[in-house]
Every structure is written in structure tokens, then in C-alpha cells.
Write a protein that binds this ligand. Structure first.
Ligand code: KG4
Ligand code: ZN
Length: 355
């Protein structure tokens, strides 16, 4: 790997505007991130039009900030990469147009990065994980298990048949009045709650394969909330429901991962389990995955929290990996709202589609 390569990465697919500069050895020279959390919190979720406008308003400044922090000029860049999908198309277009402009003006290659590949390859930057590896991708828009054989080479083993994992955390948090984003709020409330008080069924547990489902669990939580006398839901009730939900979700994911570890072992020499995406920030989930990986003789790798949620470092890194393999894109590359990592897998809501 040449240490002299320098790449700018841009992320605008959801509610984080971010720009990062990373070099060929994986040194993060700069990372500027602006969360739109406050803009969306008033609506209780992400509003695509609000997101696109906010990206447009802030991206140029964030790119300039990252370049200054990194101490590099545009002329020093070897390539520029941007998330070109999947995601909220208005935001994705803002990032893609900026990257194409920089590429055209400074005559450097443009790299269209799949946001999911950004998440998938992060562990190669942080922990030098070698191909092939088993990946659990759990975020607000996705929940899938993939065999990762190389850059751009993914085999989907399982996916959610309804909601994404993070989506379930966010919706349950909303039902409990815990605000947005729900994942961290549920995790906080869970710490003080009793995970055994509500015996929620573990979705898909024991079924063959490694698909996920969360909508039944979400409904069970709604029924439990509605079963409590109106107007009397105490903090203890809230904490107990949060803890019981989290326990069920984590247990269900653990069961699916156990199957995936078996499926992957039978078809691949890789013995590393990598977790990526925002829900990977969850401590209880990390502990469960570590346990499952260990029992199957796998090494478990979870990137640091800041690189699990959306960021531009992962986009710059994925662009670098592609650039090193000569995988650059034309300036007429079209941004994609949907872009599954494994194009041969049958279409499914949680695979390459943001909710
Ligand atoms: O990867 P990400 O930042 O954005 C997407 O690409 O979707 O993931 C965001 C998701 C949200 O649904 C959020 O609630 C969830 O990750 N999340 C968590 C935690 N932190 C973030 N879910 C559970 N526990 C957490 N600690
Ligand atoms: Zn993401």
C-alpha cells in the first residue's frame, strides 16, 4: 500500500454531513462531521427534504474544514470519493455533485462509493481484517449478513424480511417517548430496566437460515405499552420495556448470527466476524456477538463507535481500496437510491434500501 495516496471522502446519504481525508496507509488526516440530529428531532425522524437542504447548506464548509485540518490542497488529492447510494436521493446527489465537481476541476478520478461498502470495509482500516470475512451490517436502514470475499464481492446469506434493526430501536423508542435517535436512548433506559419483566418472543429464533424479522417484536412492544393503565407509565415501566425489547432483539440477532457462522464456515476459509453500522454501537449486542464468534472459533471485530455510525472516513477508505484496484468511475455515474451489495440476491427491503 502506498502511503503517499491521499483521498477525500464525502458522506451525505442520511442525516450526517461529513468529509474526511485519509491516506493510503489508513491514517485519518481529517474528519469533519455535522449531525442534523436537532433538525430532525422535532419531527421524530429523518425528513428527506430537510436533510437534502442541510447537506447543501453545510457540505462545502465541511470539505474546506477537512482539507485545512489535513493540511492538504486539492492539488494534493489522488482521488475523490462520495457515497453514491443507497440512501435518501436528495442528500446523495448533493455529495455526488460536489465530488464530481472537485474531480473535474482538479482532474482527479471520481469514485462512486456504495455506502454499505463503506461500513463493510471499515474493519480493514481499523483492524486490518483480511478477506474473506463474515459481516453483520446493522443500521437504521439495513440488517443483513454477508460473506465478504473482496472489494465489490459480496454474498448475501440473510437479510431482514421487514424492518431494519435500527428502525426497530427507533420505533420502540418513539412509542416509549424516548426521542430520536432511539438506539442510544433504548440502550440507556435498558441499563436501569429489568429485561425479564416482559417476555417478548424472539423473532425467527430456531428457524433455518439467517434472515431477520423485527416487525412482530415491535407490535408486541406496542401491545405491552397499551396494556399498561393509560397515563400511568412510570420510568420503571419504560426502562423495563426498553430492557425487555433490547434483550429480545439482541437474542434474536445472536441466533441468526449463530446460523450465519455455520453457513459461512461451510463455504469459506475466513474465520472473522465483523459488525458494522449504527446498531453496532450497542454494548449488549457487541457482547452477544463476541460470545457467538468465540463459540464458533471466530475472531470478533467491531470498529470504534465513531466509525460504526455514518461517517466520511469509511467512504474515503472504501474509495482508497477501490482506487488501488483501479476501480474508478465516470463523471456520468448516476446516484442510486437503491444499491444492494449483492446484486444477485433477491430484492429485499433491508438489503440496499434505506427506510
Ligand atoms: O449506520 P447509521 O448511523 O445510519 C444508517 O446508515 O442507517 O445507523 C443509525 C441507526 C439508528 O437506527 C440508531 O438508532 C441506531 O443506528 N443506533 C443504535 C445505537 N446507536 C445508534 N441502536 C442500538 N443501540 C445503540 N447504542
Ligand atoms: Zn450507515
Amino acid at each position: 500500500m502506498s502511503p503517499t495516496l491521499i483521498v477525500l471522502g464525502i458522506e451525505t446519504s442520511c442525516d450526517e454531513t461529513a468529509a474526511a481525508v485519509v491516506d493510503g496507509s489508513g491514517n485519518v488526516l481529517a474528519h469533519a462531521v455535522l449531525s442534523q440530529m436537532e433538525e430532525h428531532a422535532v419531527f421524530g425522524g429523518i425528513v428527506p427534504e430537510v436533510a437534502a437542504r442541510a447537506h447543501l447548506a453545510h457540505l462545502d464548509r465541511l470539505i474546506a474544514k477537512a482539507m485545512t485540518e489535513a493540511g492538504v490542497a486539492f492539488a494534493d488529492l489522488d482521488a475523490v470519493g462520495a457515497t453514491a447510494g443507497p440512501g435518501l436521493i436528495g442528500g446523495v446527489l448533493v455529495g455526488v455533485m460536489s465530488a464530481k465537481m472537485i474531480a473535474a476541476v482538479h482532474k482527479i478520478p471520481f469514485i462512486a462509493v456504495n455506502h454499505l461498502e463503506g461500513h463493510a470495509l471499515t474493519a480493514r482500516l481499523t483492524d486490518h481484517v483480511a478477506f474473506p470475512f463474515l459481516l453483520l451490517l446493522v443500521s437504521g436502514g439495513h440488517c443483513q449478513l454477508l460473506g465478504v470475499d473482496g472489494v465489490g464481492r459480496y454474498r448475501r446469506l440473510g437479510t431482514t424480511v421487514d424492518d431494519a434493526a435500527g428502525e426497530a430501536f427507533d420505533k420502540v423508542a418513539k412509542m416509549l417517548g424516548l426521542g430520536y435517535p432511539g438506539g442510544p436512548a433504548i440502550e440507556r433506559a435498558s441499563r436501569a430496566g429489568d429485561p425479564k419483566r416482559f417476555a417478548f418472543a424472539r423473532p425467527m429464533k430456531g428457524r433455518p437460515g439467517c434472515d431477520f424479522s423485527f416487525s412482530g417484536l415491535k407490535t408486541a412492544v406496542r401491545v405491552a405499552v397499551e396494556g399498561l393503565p393509560p397515563g400511568t407509565i412510570s420510568e420503571t415501566d419504560t426502562n423495563d420495556i426498553a430492557a425487555s425489547f433490547q434483550a429480545a432483539a439482541v437474542d434474536s440477532i445472536g441466533d441468526r448470527v449463530r446460523h450465519a457462522l455455520e453457513m459461512f464456515s461451510a463455504t469459506s476459509d475466513g474465520r472473522t466476524l465483523v459488525v458494522a453500522g449504527g446498531v453496532a454501537a450497542n454494548t449488549a449486542l457487541r457482547a452477544e456477538l463476541e460470545k457467538r464468534a468465540c463459540a464458533a472459533g471466530f475472531t470478533f471485530v467491531a470498529p470504534p463507535l465513531a466509525l460504526c455510525t455514518d461517517n466520511a472516513v469509511m467512504i474515503a477508505w472504501a474509495a482508497l481500496e477501490r482506487f488501488k484496484l483501479g476501480m474508478t468511475d465516470e463523471l456520468d455515474f448516476k446516484a442510486r437510491p437503491r444499491w444492494p451489495l449483492d446484486p444477485t440476491a433477491p430484492p429485499a427491503r433491508g438489503a440496499g434500501v434505506k427506510a
